[in-house]
Design a protein around this ligand. Structure first.
Ligand code: SF4
Length: 233
């Protein structure tokens, strides 16, 4: 239960984000460049919301570069986050690095595909984008990764090791409520604009996005972007 002031702030941020993103996507009218411009705005909005969070709240964040415990849990995303990340990779990665990402995401996809859906949510497997305990697509990472922070890395380490933990206790409500308001506001606007709103496994869907150009066309037409084998559960 959030304090009333945080609850009001959460509602305001959510509504502002839905309105601003809906306006951008409406004006884009399916134009690919304008849709991606709207996605870039949305991800920057998440980063700006973090930066505008009171300094005393940010000071309690334990997350540091090189700490990657949370990058071994399943990453559940919507299609727009996959295409945002794929775009980042295609623009910024060398052919050698791109080939390496294709190989790692294909390996990841193969391991996830054989799991029964109930086991997908509990698997512990390093993200295919993790290199030397750092995110190799930091500026292009999904919204879920941007919204995740805790106040105690030891608890994250225990969770990553599969030990019983209570992550809820080390979340920072004054930060998490703000970032989730923006993330969910972006999702709501994307869904309202008619884009695919299914929940995908990030590594599997990213492999499909990087190897099959048709999925981007399907997505821009409002159709399911990725095959059912890429769904999160
Ligand atoms: S995309 Fe980056 S931040 Fe997100 S889980 Fe993968 S390595 Fe970690």
């Amino acid at each position: 239960m959030l304090p009333p002031a945080l609850e009001r702030q959460r509602h305001r941020l959510y509504a502002q984000t839905v309105d601003a993103m809906s306006e951008r996507l409406g004006a884009a009218a399916g134009d690919e460049g304008a849709v991606f411009s709207a996605l870039r705005w949305g991800m920057k909005e998440m980063d700006d919301t973090f930066a505008e969070t009171p300094a005393r709240v940010r000071a309690a964040v334990a997350c540091r570069a090189g700490c990657a415990h949370c990058c071994s849990v399943p990453v559940e995303v919507q299609a727009h986050e996959v295409f945002f990340a794929a775009d980042h990779i295609q623009v910024n990665f060398s052919p050698v690095d791109l080939a390496a990402v294709l190989a790692r995401t294909a390996d990841h996809r193969g391991k996830v595909a054989v799991l029964p859906s109930a086991a997908r949510a509990s698997r512990r497997q390093p993200c295919a984008l993790l290199r030397d305990d750092r995110c190799s697509i930091y500026a292009g990472r999904p919204a879920a990764c941007r919204a995740h922070h805790t106040s105690d890395a030891a608890v994250c380490a225990a969770d990553a090791a599969g030990q019983p933990t209570d992550l809820e206790k080390v979340y920072l409500p004054a930060l998490r409520s703000r970032l989730f308001a923006v993330m969910l506001g972006l999702d709501a606007a994307v869904e309202a604009a008619g884009f695919d709103d299914r929940a995908y496994d990030f590594g599997s869907a990213l492999n499909e996005a990087l190897t099959n150009s048709l999925c981007r066309i399907r997505w821009l037409r409002g159709q399911p972007a990725f095959p059912a084998s890429c769904l999160a559960v």
